[in-house]
Design a protein around this ligand. Structure first.
Ligand code: ACO
Length: 380
């Protein structure tokens, strides 16, 4: 077997490879900017609610007041889970990773969805609304069940962010919590061709449906090099325990070649714009919750990692203490990220469907040839 002389070298981690055209989000890694459909996220964070961004990503424009109210009502109306999925969550092992339960429950929802198996534009939009809404319920129900508390149904008078906090904690969230959590969802809503988004697009490029794509995305997001980093950040802060221990801890980690979770990014050569917002929220919420020490440890970690490695925090770093201060246990952090990113995953899936071609890259074969076949009974 002879290869052509011009065999291309594989691009490790597909760095710099353009694998899709998208009008959804743009990561300007040189200047530390992120745009959703042309809007700088610095313009959106703190000014729009999550549903407005979902509308922007799915329909290409921010909604007017009436469109927003209609869209919100449609989403809240879809939050209920089929009894079978409720039961599946109840039966999940108490120590199973919440991301595994979320992925499994979402996969099960595909079996009960009235539009399951249909891929028309109308069916996809109905499924999209259900998936986005039901993710909120899966995460909050799982927490309620595991903590021995009754499941709380969505309140039609609240938006998606407030409903999550309400269904999770069982009480109406205060103004600051609502607005910060809404911003957290907004800041996580989309991010170009992240590993999970690529997984979703590759999955639907085979004409598999939305539920399959979101399961693939969830599987990818779970990993600690992607969305799973936020839980690891909180574990690290707890392990450090006090701001005076930061230097020794970070120096030791880096000296032994370990990665510091919540730092570095394939795209950003400068600060991740999302972390600027999250740092601010973290400081505010930690102070209010009497958790200043967590914010101080975080700041010291940031200073030390910047000093020694010259790398900046990514979205997962300060989102950890923001969620901690909101009373969300760390094992649920990546689920919150998933709920938010479902907006982007679905937008990408719909974009892929509109101009689909099977995503099927190639590989360089580096194995051998001309091996002599030995029948099973003669192999040693
Ligand atoms: N801690 C220590 N060193 C780091 C870190 C880190 N967090 N991130 C990158 N580096 C170093 C690497 O060791 C490497 O150094 P070297 O060239 O001396 O070997 C260099 O920076 C480049 O690293 P790569 O792994 O090639 O960068 P890549 O673009 O492939 O990785 C990634 C990006 C996976 C995010 C990486 O920065 C990392 O592992 N971060 C920690 C995990 C994390 O926070 N993930 C969440 C990312 S954001 C998100 O997905 C939502």
């Amino acid at each position: 077997m002879v290869f052509g002389k011009k065999r291309k070298k594989a691009v490790r981690g597909l760095e710099g490879v353009v694998a899709a055209e998208t009008a959804l989000s743009f990561v300007d890694g040189q200047n530390g900017k992120l745009y959703y459909c042309g809007y700088d996220i610095d313009e959106l964070a703190g000014k729009v609610c999550y549903e407005e961004v979902v509308h922007l990503l799915w329909f290409g424009e921010l909604p007017d007041q009436k469109q927003l109210e209609d869209f919100r009502s449609e989403l809240i109306a879809e939050m209920r889970l089929p009894n079978q999925v409720d039961e599946l969550i109840r039966l999940s092992p108490p120590n199973a990773n919440p991301m595994v339960v979320l992925r499994t429950a979402l996969s099960a929802l595909g079996m009960y969805d009235p539009d399951g198996g249909k891929n028309s534009e109308g069916a996809n939009l109905r499924k999209a609304k259900r998936v986005l809404a039901q993710m909120v319920t899966i995460v909050s129900s799982l927490y309620r069940i595991r903590t021995g508390q009754p499941i709380v149904s969505a309140d039609k008078g609240m938006n998606v962010a407030a409903n999550f906090l309400y269904m999770f904690n069982g009480r109406t969230p205060g103004k600051l919590d609502r607005s910060v959590f809404d911003s957290v969802l907004v800041l996580h809503a989309d991010h170009g061709l992240a590993a999970s988004t690529f997984a979703a697009r590759a999955t639907v490029s085979t004409l598999a449906g939305i539920h399959s794509a979101i399961c693939a995305a969830l599987a990818s997001l779970k990993g600690p090099l992607h969305g799973g980093a936020n839980t690891r950040v909180m574990e690290m802060i707890e392990e450090i325990g006090g701001k005076d221990r930061v230097k020794a801890y970070i120096d030791g980690m880096l000296a032994s070649g370990e990665r510091i979770m919540g730092f570095g990014h394939r795209m950003y050569k400068t600060e991740d714009p999302r972390s600027r917002h999250l740092r601010k929220y973290s400081e505010k919420l930690c102070r209010r919750a009497g958790l200043e020490h967590l914010f101080e440890i975080s700041q010291r970690i940031e200073e030390q990692v910047r000093r020694l490695k010259g790398i900046c925090p990514n979205v997962d770093f300060y989102s950890a203490t923001v969620q901690e201060a909101l009373g969300i246990p760390k094992e649920y952090f990546t689920c919150i990220f998933s709920m938010a990113r479902t907006a982007g995953w679905i937008a990408h899936v719909m974009e892929q469907f509109r101009d689909n071609r099977l995503i099927r890259p190639t590989s360089n074969y580096i194995g051998g040839f001309d091996k002599r076949f030995i029948p099973l009974e003669k192999r040693k």
